[in-house]
Design a protein around this ligand. Structure first.
Ligand code: SAM
Length: 310
């Protein structure tokens, strides 16, 4: 699927399917012997997508086959699973800490199959706005309804493209820019062009009253470098070969959906606009949660940014 300014997608297509990949990782972590968190809904999404013909490339069974074919490929996959587990836990804690400090207006950008509105303990009076492509949110709500899952607090779905006028859609849905907000952008930025990323943060800044908080999975300069892209291509070829040896025809190539462009540094940009910024790099985050990478070389060049508007 090649990208263009007005592309749209369903949950099993292109950028939409990346939300399923994250849900699969969350389902696997939830089944782990000592999980960092439990997402009881993640399996439902995978099952529902499978009913419509989508097949996850990676299951416990296929991973076991891949492991036999190439243990280096397996170590990389385990590293990515540990990365997603750490990222999820970090953002769970970010939200609960913001709630414990009285913030009760939450906006999850590119929510995908994030189920925090259903599974986290929110303070009373919290309203959560989730933004993503219409078909992605429709799929999510249908699946959760079918399983009688109820949000743990007031939930407002805002189906919109984040390259369009989402501030208007958000405000028309009841969002109040005069009140402090908790924002989150997880697993989003590579799917936006550098220009759309800049616009996203300008809009967040404009809509953020004093006391607002923002968490971002920010991608470092090296993330988009030609050297790293080349290494990724080589690893992808190796993974495809290991998958083929294990009898798996196709594995998703998320890098093909990214905009490979130099980006504004998120932490610097926020600091320049009077946000108080704390950062932690991915390897340190994984260390913090005791999920050390099986292959340190494939830990994404990302920094987790937590900022407060002062
Ligand atoms: N944040 C979620 C999580 O971590 O579970 C989902 C991450 S998934 C890797 C990327 C998500 O970004 C998808 O749900 C996709 O639909 C959404 N997304 C990417 N670009 C978008 C855009 N321009 N407008 C709306 N949603 C977008």
């Amino acid at each position: 699927m090649s990208r263009h300014d007005d592309d749209t997608w369903d949950i099993t297509e292109g950028v939409g399917a990346t939300a399923l990949t994250v849900a699969r990782a969350r389902a696997a972590e939830s089944d782990a012997h000592c999980p960092l968190y439990t997402d009881p809904y993640a399996h439902f999404f995978i099952e529902a997508a499978a009913e419509s013909g989508w097949q996850p490339a990676f299951t416990e069974e296929t991973l076991a086959h891949i492991g036999k074919a190439d243990d280096q490929v397996l170590a990389r996959m385990k590293t990515m699973a540990a990365y997603i587990a750490s990222r999820t836990k970090y953002l769970d804690e970010f939200f609960t800490t913001a709630g414990a400090n009285g913030l009760d207006q939450v906006v999850i950008l590119a929510a995908g199959l994030d189920t925090r509105a259903w599974r986290l303990p929110w303070i009373s009076g919290t309203t959560i706005y989730e933004l993503d492509q219409p078909k992605v949110l429709e799929f999510k709500e249908q699946v959760l309804r079918r399983h009688n899952a109820r949000p743990a607090t007031a939930y407002v779905s805002v189906p919109v493209d984040l390259r369009h006028d989402w501030p208007q859609a958000l405000q028309q849905s009841g969002f109040d820019a005069s009140r402090p907000t908790v924002w989150c952008a997880e697993g989003l930025l590579p799917y936006l062009s550098a220009r759309d990323q800049d616009l996203l943060f300008e809009r967040i800044d404009e809509l953020s009253a004093e006391g607002s908080r923002l968490a971002v999975e920010a991608f470092g300069r090296d993330f988009y470098s030609p050297e790293l892209m080349e290494r990724r291509r080589e690893r992808m070829a190796q993974a495809r070969q290991a998958a083929a040896d294990a009898g798996i025809d196709e594995i998703p190539d998320t890098a093909a959906l990214w905009y490979i462009e130099a980006r504004t540094d998120v932490a610097d940009w926020l600091t320049d606009r009077d946000w108080e910024v704390e950062t932690i790099d991915a390897p340190d985050l994984m260390e913090h949660y005791q999920r050390p990478p099986a292959d340190p070389d494939v830990v994404p060049d990302t920094t987790f940014v937590a900022a407060s508007k002062i």
